[in-house]
Structures are given as C-alpha cells and as structure tokens.
Design a protein around this ligand. Sequence first.
Ligand code: PHE
Length: 340
Amino acid sequence: MQDRINQIMAEAKERLAKAKEMKEVEDIRISTLGKKGQLTAILRGMGALSKEEKKQIGPAANKAKGEIEKLINAKFDEVKEAAKKARFEAERIDVTEPGRANLMGVRHPLTLVAEEIKTIFKNLGYEIAEGPLVDTVFNAFDGLNSPQNHPSRDMTDTFYISDGICLRPHTSTVQVRTVQERKPPFRIISPGRCFRCDTPDATHSPMFHQIEGLIVDEDISMSDLKGTLDYMAKQLFGPETKTKFRPHHFPFTEPSAEMDVSCFKCGGKGCPVCKGSGWIEILGCGETHPKVLEVGGIDTEKYTAFAFGMGVERIAMLKYGVDDIRLFYENDMRFIDQFK
Ligand code: PHE
C-alpha cells in the first residue's frame, strides 16, 4: 500500500513538473484528489484495512494528500503568474514608438466665404433661413413671378424630379417660403446649394452655392439696398472697394440690378482678374416685385422689400484667385489646406 502511495506521488510530481496550463494542473488534481481520484480511493478504502495497517497507512496517505495539495496549489499559482506575464508581454506598449500625427482639419474655402458673408449680415440683424434642395416649381418660378415661357424653366436649365418638383435652381425659393411663413418686418439670408443643368467646365458646375437675402419692412427703398450691399462689399473685399449698380432684369425684382465691385486685384486699373474693365460683377439684386410679397399676403401698400442673390463659388474664386470651379469639389487636401 505504501508503495502504491509512493507511486501515485511520484507520478503526480512528474506530471506536475511538466504541466504548463491550468487545465493540465486541474486534471492532475482530479486524478489524485478528485471524487474518483487515486489517493481518494485509498483513503476511502481505509475501513477495510486491519488496525495495524490503518495506523501505518492512514497517516501516510493523509501526509501524501497534504503534500500533493500543496504542490498542486503552488503549481496553480505558478501557471497563473506565467499566464499573466505572457499577457503583459503581449500587451506591452512601446512608449518610445513615434506617435501618430493628429492632423487638424481645415475649413473648406466655400465654407470660409459663406461664413464671412453670413457674419456680415448677422451683424446687420439678418437671421438665417433655410429651405430644402428639392422644392416645388411654384417656389422656384411661379411664386417668383417668372413667366411660363421663361428660359430658366427649360428642362435644359432646371433639373425636374417629377411634375411640379425640381432641384432648386437658385436660393430664391427661400424668398417664396419666407414671405409665406413670416410676418414683416423681417430680414433673412439663406445660404445653400443650388442645381442647374450645366456641363462642368472651369466656371460652371451643375451644383453650386448661393446666398440669398431678403428684407421686408416699411419704407425699404433702392437706397437701402445700395447702402447695405456697398457695406457688404467693403467688409468682404476691403474698405477701398467701390460698387456700381447696372440695370438688369429678374422677374422677381423691379427695378433689378447687378452689382459690380471695383477690382480688388488692380484697384480698378484693369487686369486679368477683371478682364481689363476694372469692375467685377458679383451679384443680382433689386426691389422685390409686389407679386412676390403678395404670395405671402403681405400688404404691399405698407411694406416694401429688397432682395439679392450671390454665388459663393464665384466670390471665393475671385477672393482667393482660384481659376477652376471644379477644384472646390475634388477635396484634394493640397488645395484645401491652402485656405487655413
Ligand atoms: N436668383 C437670382 C439668380 O440666381 C439672383 C437674385 C436673387 C437676383 C435675388 C435678384 C434678387 O441669378
């Protein structure tokens, strides 16, 4: 019996010495000390032994049990510790490795120009009004007093989605929405995307941005329009900037005008930017046609209004000397990074 105990111990010790995983140690514990373990069997079989044998084997078996328990627990700790070390090793962070550069984003030049224009008008008490990109033909044309045969209504100029619905060809749609939604007096500007069936080239894009403005109040006249837009031009292009209003035509304004600014490149002497004329056209404007105000049920005896609309790309191109509109949409960081 003593030999059997010695043999169990020797075997267990040998297996423990080789064990590397928790599972292996656990298997050794089960096969020696478990319910059906080898030592357990000996201890259970004690009853059948003679008194003499009991005296001898009892303490020996118990001693072996205690010893093997200790060895197993020690091995458990050892294996656990080794696993922890291995994990730490695997998760080791090399603090000397160079960091990943966290590149700061920059704002798109169109955003910069739009923000600048928005700020100028916010400081004049204008609120931002927004409208959807897909709008009704009524808001794009009829509500703006556009005649049925106006060329801009053509399929070749405007993207139609379905009967009566189109991608807005200008932000003037927001004028129609605003006169219906608000009670005068109010002043709004509306920045956003517009769409026209244009083949892309250096100065055309089927998608572009405009900023619309509309003010409705008592006694609003052409001189308010001129004063406001002249102020904007000086803020945007510098205090030396001069403005000039040329008669034009829009169905939704009467009288209508286009505003030119003195060339900020040459100061008016004539250069390639202003094509030698000294002047650059930057927006369309005019006193709002009473028909537009009537769409919103505004009393045109009491209230008058002016409106303007400008292309953000055009202003950004002039301001930054960009010669191809397509550069704005390619999102090449080498281009965009220049406008920090
Ligand atoms: N909607 C006109 C355009 O796209 C610009 C404009 C707006 C003109 C408001 C007058 C008043 O060309």
